[in-house]
Design a protein around this ligand. Structure first.
Ligand code: NAP
Length: 260
């Protein structure tokens, strides 16, 4: 089976490196910057691919999906990896298009930061388009499992709401926590592991963060509304019991995720 990867940054580079390391796929990369074996800037190299991953920034992905119609056949399966799914789900293409989102990443970007183990144990969301071919989806799922991830199927709408809660809002909170102490020298001196861990998402890739905030604003605002209610309830009466319940929930949440 021949696999193509467009955009060899953190996500695309990690897919490319992992698939190559498996030795069972022919892998070609399309890149504007990477010089490596089986990588070029020529989209015609994708013409024989069975599956193509588009791993470019969200702001250019629609343009690349359009461009791909010239280079691949109707039989080709194309999956994007964008952090939002609604905006890529509006159009139909001549090829089989399957929106997807690997729930894996680091604060780094680019080919040099990519590594084959990135998707080991991660969830990988698929938001199938209505009327799409089940066989094409099964093929993509098998490939994603070879990358080390497990599949979660949902809708684009539900996905975009959920990532506002677990990714986009926490990133903005991490940024705001840093902003909040920028003039407080003592707080900066005392900031230790708790503050460091809580603010890790402030290191997120700036282009990706900007795209998320711009393109998922409505869901992010809804997430902040529910958070405000949660904070109000938490700071009401019976804080110790609530804190205990939350601790148990937090422990169970990640244990469950590791086992499923
Ligand atoms: P990245 O490391 O910056 O890689 C993006 C790559 O896209 C660049 O290295 C470049 O590759 C190519 N590219 C950049 N600008 C382009 C343009 N104007 N036209 C065409 N190609 C361009 O970013 P990433 O973190 O891998 O993110 C890629 C996608 O994955 C995004 O859609 C993001 O939402 C999604 N995602 C990211 C994460 C995360 O945590 N980082 C997690 C899940 C999903 P070449 O130099 O090879 O052309």
């Amino acid at each position: 089976m021949e696999i193509g990867v467009v955009g060899l940054g953190l996500i695309g580079g990690s897919i490319f490196k992992k698939l190559k390391s498996l030795g069972k796929y022919e892998v070609v990369g399309v890149s504007r910057s990477v010089k490596d074996a089986d990588v070029s800037d020529d989209y015609t190299t994708l013409s024989c691919c069975d599956i193509v991953f588009i791993c470019t920034p969200m702001s250019v992905t629609l343009e690349i999906l359009d461009k791909l119609e010239i280079y691949v056949s109707e039989k080709t399966i194309v999956a994007d990896v964008c952090s939002l799914k609604g905006f890529v789900s509006k159009k139909r293409y001549k090829y089989h298009f399957i929106p997807s989102h690997p729930m894996a990443g680091t604060e780094n970007s680019g080919w040099e930061s990519s590594f084959p183990e990135l998707f080991e144990g991660a969830k990988w969301v698929i938001t199938p388009l209505a009327g799409e071919d089940d066989k094409a989806q099964k093929k993509l799922e098998a490939l994603i499992e070879d990358l080390g991830a497990s599949i979660v199927i949902t809708t684009a709408e539900e996905h975009d709401k959920a990532v506002a809660l677990i990714s986009h809002m926490p990133m903005i909170i991490a940024q705001a926590l840093c902003e909040n102490i920028k003039d407080d020298k003592l707080a900066q001196t005392l900031a230790a592991s708790g503050f460091r861990d809580t603010t890790r998402l402030a290191l997120s890739n700036t282009q990706m963060a900007s795209d998320m905030v711009k393109m998922n604003r409505e869901n992010i605002e809804l997430a902040f509304d529910t958070l405000a209610k949660s904070i109000k309830a938490l700071l009401g009466e019976d804080y110790p019991n609530k804190a205990e319940t939350i601790k148990a929930f937090r422990k169970k949440l990640f244990k469950l995720n590791q086992n499923t």
